[in-house]
Design a protein around this ligand. Structure first.
Ligand SMILES: NC(=O)c1ccc[n+]([C@@H]2O[C@H](COP(=O)([O-])OP(=O)(O)OC[C@H]3O[C@@H](n4cnc5c(N)ncnc54)[C@H](OP(=O)(O)O)[C@@H]3O)[C@@H](O)[C@H]2O)c1
Length: 441
C-alpha cells in the first residue's frame, strides 16, 4: 500500500537510457500498471512513448522481474500502454520541480550523475520527495551530502545513492551479516571482507561516461583528488579520521577463503558506502570497523595468473584514463556510446556472487567467530541484476517498506532502506544468505 498522497508512487527518470529501459521493463513485468502507480520520465516524449510501447508489448523477453523466466508478452498488463509520460530536462529546474512534487519517489538512471543529477537532488530535497539512483561517483555523493543532508532531514526526503550493483550487495550484505552476528553471537564483526566473482558482463556507455567524467574532474580539481584518496570520504566529519585501509591495489591471497584476489574497481565506491552506513547507524559495528573488498580469481596457479592479469589490466586502464588526450581518444573511438550496452544474451548469460566474511569475538565466543553472507545474482550484475535492485529500492521507499532511523537525509541503502530490500528481492534472481561458519568458545 502506498505510504504517501502523491500522484505517482514512482517516477522513473531516464527511462529512455540503457539502464532506464531495463528498469522500466522490470517494473512492468513485476508490478504491471495496476500494482503500482508509476510514470516514465525523460527529455523526449517521442522516445518515452517508444519505450512505453516496448514495455507494454514485453519486447525485451518479459521476464526481467521473475525467476520462472517465462512470462510471455501476452501476460503484460493492458494498462502499461497508458503509462503516463513526463517530460523535463536535467538542467531545467522548473521541470524537475514539477516532477518531484508529483512523485513519492524519483528513481533515476540519468548519469553521469555529477553532470546530470545535481538539480534533481535539489528538487527532491525541496519537495520532500524520496529519491534513489545508481551513482557510484563518490565525489558527487560527497557534494550532495555537504549540500543537502541537513535540509533533506528537515523536508523528509530520503536521498539514497548507490542502489545498484554498487553498492547494494556490499552494503545490504554487510548489514545482513552484522545483524546475524549481533543476534546469534552477541557481537558484530570487527572486520568484513567481500570477495566478488563475476562471470561474463560488460559495461554500458553511460557507465563508461561516468568513469571518464570522474577522471576528467579529478584532473582539474584538487579537492576531488583529495576526496578520492580519502578512505572514508562519505563519513560525517567526526568519524572521517578513523583508521581505514585503502582499497587493494595489487594481487593478494585470501587464506580464509582460499583464493587469489585482484583489485576490484568498485571497491573505491563500496568501501566508503559501507563505512557511511556504519556512521549513519551510529556505529553499531564500532568506530574501528573495517570493510574491504577484492575480486576473487580462484586458487592454484590459474587463480594467481588471473589475479595478476586483472591487476595489470586495471592498472593499465587507470593509467590510460589518467592521460587526458589518451582518455579522450579512448572515449571517442573505443568505448561504447551513451545509450549502448551489453546485448540481451550477455546480460542473460552472466552472473555474480559476492561472498562476505566477517570475523569478531564476543563474551560467549572469546575464541572468535566467523560469519559468511553471500549475495548472488543470476544475470549480469551491472544491468540484469541492477535493474531489480534499483526497482525494488524505489518500491521499498514508495511503500514505506524500510527499516531506517531516518525520515530524510542523504543516505546509503543500509541506512535508508535496510533489510526489507532483501525480502523485496526474493524471487527476482538476486538472493541473500547468511550463516555462522566458525564459533570459537
Ligand atoms: N551502480 C551501478 O551498479 C550501475 C549500473 C548501471 C548503470 N549505472 C549508472 O547509471 C547511469 C546511466 O547509465 P546508462 O548506461 O543507462 O546511461 P545512458 O544509456 O547513456 O542513459 C542516460 C539517460 O540520461 C538521459 N539524459 C541525458 N541528458 C539528459 C538531460 N539533459 N535531461 C534529461 N535526461 C537526460 C538520456 O536521455 P536520452 O535517451 O533522451 O538521451 C538517457 O535516458 C550512469 O551514471 C552509470 O554509471 C550504475
Amino acid at each position: 500500500m502506498p505510504d504517501h498522497d502523491r500522484e505517482y508512487d514512482i517516477v522513473l527518470w531516464g527511462a529512455t537510457g540503457f539502464t532506464g529501459r531495463l528498469v522500466a521493463d522490470y517494473l512492468a513485468d513485476r508490478y504491471g500498471a495496476s500494482d503500482l502507480d508509476w510514470a516514465l520520465a525523460g527529455r523526449s516524449r517521442e522516445r518515452l512513448a517508444a519505450v512505453r510501447d516496448e514495455v507494454a508489448a514485453g519486447e525485451r523477453g518479459g521476464d526481467a522481474g521473475r525467476d520462472d523466466g517465462d512470462r510471455d508478452a501476452a501476460d503484460r498488463d493492458d494498462g502499461l500502454a497508458d503509462l503516463p509520460l513526463l517530460v523535463g530536462d536535467a538542467f531545467d529546474r522548473g521541470s524537475l520541480d514539477a516532477i518531484a512534487e508529483r512523485a513519492a519517489v524519483v528513481c533515476t538512471t540519468v548519469g553521469p550523475y555529477a553532470t546530470y543529477g545535481t538539480e534533481l537532488v535539489a528538487a527532491c530535497v525541496a519537495h520532500g520527495t524520496d529519491y534513489c539512483d545508481l551513482s557510484g561517483e563518490v565525489h558527487w555523493m560527497r557534494q550532495t551530502i555537504d549540500e543537502h543532508h541537513e535540509r533533506a532531514r528537515e523536508t523528509g526526503a530520503r536521498i539514497v545513492h548507490g542502489c545498484g550493483f554498487d553498492s547494494v550487495p556490499s552494503d545490504i550484505g554487510t548489514l545482513l551479516l552484522q545483524t546475524h552476528a549481533e543476534e546469534t553471537l552477541g557481537s558484530p564483526c570487527e572486520e568484513v571482507r567481500g570477495l566478488v566473482s563475476i562471470r561474463g558482463g560488460a559495461f554500458s556507455g553511460g557507465t563508461i561516461a561516468s568513469m571518464v567524467e570522474l577522471y576528467e574532474t579529478a584532473d582539474e580539481d584538487r579537492e576531488v583528488r583529495r576526496i578520492l584518496a580519502d578512505p572514508r570520504p562519505l563519513d560525517p566529519p567526526e568519524s572521517r579520521d578513523a583508521p581505514a585501509d585503502r582499497p587493494q591495489r595489487w594481487v593478494g591471497y585470501d587464506r580464509d577463503l582460499d583464493t587469489w584476489t585482484a583489485p576490484f574497481v568498485m571497491a573505491q565506491i563500496n568501501e566508503p558506502v559501507v563505512s557511511r552506513s556504519n556512521a549513519l547507524l551510529e556505529h553499531p559495528w564500532g568506530h574501528a570497523f573495517r570493510y574491504g573488498e577484492a575480486l576473487a580469481t580462484g586458487d592454484g596457479v590459474g587463480g594467481a595468473v588471473r589475479a595478476g592479469a586483472l591487476a595489470l589490466g586495471q592498472g593499465l586502464l587507470a593509467g590510460a584514463l589518467s592521460i587526458g588526450p589518451l582518455r579522450r581518444a579512448l572515449d571517442r573511438y573505443v568505448f561504447p556510446d551513451p545509450g549502448d550496452g551489453p546485448d540481451e544474451e550477455t546480460i542473460e548469460d552472466s552472473s555474480f556472487a559476492v561472498r562476505l566474511r566477517g570475523t569478531g569475538a564476543s563474551d560467549d565466543h572469546p575464541g572468535g567467530f566467523a560469519v559468511e553472507a553471500t549475495v548472488r545474482g543470476d544475470r549480469d550484475p551491472g544491468y540484469g541484476s541492477t535493474c531489480r535492485m534499483l526497482g525494488e529500492s524505489a518500491v521499498c521507499l514508495a511503500r514505506g517498506d524500510v527499516e531506517s532511523p531516518y525520515d530524510g537525509g542523504v543516505l546509503t541503502p543500509a541506512s535508508g532502506i535496510g533489510l526489507p530490500l532483501i525480502d523485496r528481492l526474493e524471487g527476482t534472481g538476486v538472493a541473500f544468505d547468511v550463516e555462522t561458519v566458525e564459533r570459537g568458545d
